[in-house]
Design a binder for this molecule. Structure first.
Ligand SMILES: [Zn+2]
Length: 89
């Protein structure tokens, strides 16, 4: 089967058609909302500019750091409590 003209990845729905099933659905959406509005939606929702990507990366880094800090705090608290228990016994 020949590949879809749009995504160039999936097989076309039929020999006479040009699109795969997914791309035909995308094409139908474009026909309903119009190319300009659909493109504006994709650009505003799906495409992140450099500043937005940096903010997301920093946010994810902070999440990892705070998770590690919580884990280290829990481990050091456990260690401290074990030392106290050992001194009592
Ligand atoms: Zn396709």
């Amino acid at each position: 089967m020949v590949n879809c003209y749009f995504c160039e990845k999936k097989s076309r729905e039929s020999w006479g058609g040009y699109w795969c099933e997914d791309c035909r659905k995308i094409k139908n959406i474009l026909n309903i909302y119009g190319v300009e509005e659909s493109l504006a939606i994709l650009e505003s929702v799906c495409i992140r500019n450099e500043e937005q990507r940096k903010r997301k990366i920093n946010y994810e880094k902070k999440k990892i750091i705070s998770k590690n800090a919580e884990k280290e705090l829990a481990e050091s608290t456990d260690l401290y409590e074990k030392k106290i228990q050992n001194k009592k016994s």
